[in-house]
Ligand binder design. Structure first.
Ligand code: 2AM
Ligand code: CA
Length: 287
């Protein structure tokens, strides 16, 4: 859907002379290079091993792509810290890269094309640059603070859907959903039945990028990691949308991130619908 943005992007944080246009271009180049590496392993004989129960998979390609991105991004901003899904790292008050070399690892490992490289540059609590690149689908969504969002070079905006019953939504589920009472099933069932549907394609960064591009009207998740959301928070906000936690408070990149991202118009209606659904008895017994 097209139309004017329902909300304005937040005020610019200080960029201290950073050339965000050039950085964004260089991050897209690095993400595409990492994407080419991933495609060498996609549907191939890449070694897959289980990282934990319930399908949390890590492949040699996560590790190789992250190492490559550590090099490339480190060279762009030698003073920035780096937090990656595979190698960890500590964010400070200054510039920090948040990198997920494959968001949607389970899809990648199963030969499903819905996975992406996600790279976010933040300064403290402020996102500056975000790039989500899905190499198997030829999709890149990138943006920088004050510079808008593009999908394959074309301007991207959030949708203008104004009624929850007309919305197409997306969500995700925790890996321990079979046993965890707060597993998101109740909210999923309630919203799936009362909207155009709730997708769950298992790459939070990519789902959020599609919110920024207007394909989804909203996304929520109860328990993500900072590198799952760091790039796409910038994209949704810059595309005119709104991002908070489920209580409507500002999002912070804590070790466990609860997130609600919408086109802005549906933010409060979806937040209230989720609160209502989550107050009902949970669905957590797997037959
Ligand atoms: P991944 O593919 O990099 O593991 C699936 O609903 C989404 O949740 C994916 O973005 C997935 O990222 C992410 N995810 C998987 N395990 C997670 C965990 N333990 N903590 C936070 N996010 C996780
Ligand atoms: Ca991830």
């Amino acid at each position: 859907m097209t139309g004017s943005a329902p909300t304005d992007p937040p005020t610019d944080p200080p960029t201290d002379g950073l050339d965000l246009v050039a950085l964004r271009r260089d991050v897209v180049t690095a993400a595409r290079e990492a994407g080419e590496l991933l495609l060498e392993g996609f549907r191939g004989a890449g070694r897959v091993r289980a990282k934990g129960a319930g399908g949390d998979l890590v492949t040699e390609y996560d590790e190789r792509a992250e190492a490559m991105l550590r090099d490339r991004l480190g060279a762009l901003l030698p003073g920035a810290t780096f937090v990656g899904e595979e190698g960890g790292g500590q964010a400070g008050e200054g510039l920090c890269w948040y990198v997920d070399p494959i968001d949607g690892t389970g899809n990648f490992a199963h030969g499903h094309p819905w996975f992406c490289v996600s790279i976010g540059l933040w300064r403290g609590d402020a996102p500056l640059v975000g790039v989500v690149h899905a190499p198997a689908m030829g999709l890149t969504v990138d943006g920088h603070r004050g510079g808008g969002v593009r999908r394959e070079g074309a301007p991207a905006r959030v949708s203008t859907t104004a009624k929850l019953e007309d919305a197409l939504l997306a969500t995700g589920f925790p890996h321990d959903r079979a046993t965890r009472p707060d597993n998101n099933y109740r909210a999923y069932v309630a919203l799936d039945a009362s909207t155009h549907g709730v997708r769950r394609c298992a790459s939070a960064a990519l789902e959020l990028a599609v919110v920024a591009d207007g394909g989804y009207d909203g996304f929520w998740d109860l328990s993500l990691a900072p590198w799952d959301v760091a790039a796409a928070v910038l994209l949704v906000e810059e595309a005119g949308g709104r991002v908070t936690d489920l209580a409507g408070e500002p999002l912070r990149l804590r070790p466990r991130v609860e997130i609600l991202a919408t086109n802005g118009l549906l933010h409060d209606p979806l937040r209230h619908a989720l609160a209502h659904a989550r107050a009902l008895p949970p669905i957590h017994e797997v037959p």
